[in-house]
Design a binder for this molecule. Sequence first.
Ligand code: AHR
Length: 496
Amino acid sequence: NLDKINMVIQTDQRKAKINKNIYGHFAEHLGRCIYEGIWVGKDSPIPNTEGIRNDVIQALKAINIPVLRWPGGCFADEYHWKDGIGPYEERPGMVNTHWGGYVENNHFGTHEFLMLCELIGTEPYICGNVGSGTVLEMQQWVEYMTYDGKSPMADLRRKHGRDEPWKIPYFGVGNENWSCGGNMRPEYYANEFRKYATYVKNYGENQLYKIACGPSDADYTWTEVVMKLAGKHMDGLSMHHYSMSEGNTLPNSATQFEPADWFTTLKQAWFMEELIRKHSAIMDEYDPDKRVGLIVDEWGTWFDVEPGTHPRFLFQQNTLRDALVAGINLNLFNNHCDRIQMANIAQTVNVLQAIILTEGEKMILTPTYHVFDMFKVHQGAELLLVDFSNQEYRFEDEKLPQLSVSSSIDAENKLHLTLCNLHHNESIEISCEIEDFQPAGVMGTLLTASALNAHNTFEQPEAIKPVDFQGAVLNDGKLSLILPPASILLLTLEGS
Ligand code: AHR
């Protein structure tokens, strides 16, 4: 007696193009993300390219990361870029006050970050310092990176070994300026944004997409005020929302949890839908043509750090539950791609909902990495309308939709369907009609496990990984399948 869902995909209803940047990432100078996780230095015994780990380069390239945000986070509003250029022995150290108070040596700076982007084929999204920096400092950073001809900053860049300017498509004017980025009120930030953004210039052919600091979670007042006072001056407005397992039965552990914690974490993930809808509605008042993108540049799970690790290094394990959170969010971003123009999961390596974990020379891929690998087919494809009435996932007195889904069609006429069954122990039967599309065949990839807390470790790096799924059947062009509990499925149908 399985619950059954009948769905219809309408291939003639192409809603919008899914911006590839929805599949973006975020790497901050926090804990072991940059140092150890990405940067080991040229003299390290760990195989590297100019100081950047080769295993991490390969893993990041494989999932087509479109955009990478750096250097923070809270770190961005205390980062002074000039300390991170020039000969290593001459770079001054700095105290990372937000993340553990340790002194970092500034060896990973502008040149190293932009080299990383080149090595993995990704576009940089740089976040500038509004909290403790100056307008001049921000202006000079942009000049340093993008000025083509002769100028004081371009000449300094050349002196440090880079002749050609870099292409910098995305620039954030501050981070969380309502908190770690200066504890500002929205009216004050809106004015600061207008002032700083004025001096963030386009040099030569470089066109900057300027992103303003947006709200935390359900702070609708922030969105209202900043859109009203500064909406015309920005290209994007950022928003942050983390999924935590609040009100849980155990400490907020990444790996030791009960079905109740599973449910509350997924509920937090699904809350993203309400946030997108409500913030978008406010943006619609000031920007009805949807010129300004909603940029979810921090999202993911936030649990207790692993026992014995530094409390401010935010190092957590990553289980099947994280994979579901990733699948739910990515489906939501796809489905709202008329307004969501970028999203950046926090964070790439060794921090929060990491896609990669490292320990010395060892590296493992987390279940979240596999979700990004599966969902990458949606990058740049056209979103399709999926019509269905959802089943309820009930837990005690609460309920959630049981199925998360999005579908797209790409330039090669391949139709992709990504489905997540949120229920911790019940399957769903799915039957799906596809209008105006003759499928020649179907291929499936499934990510699930028998334990909700299944995760990869350095001893067992492949405890959870995607497998081929043969359970989708095509009959007269109609698709049917049973989606196991706690699972994520990618189906690809080739048009005949
Ligand atoms: O991602 C960790 C931190 O979370 C970021 O530095 C900050 O922007 C947010 O509060």
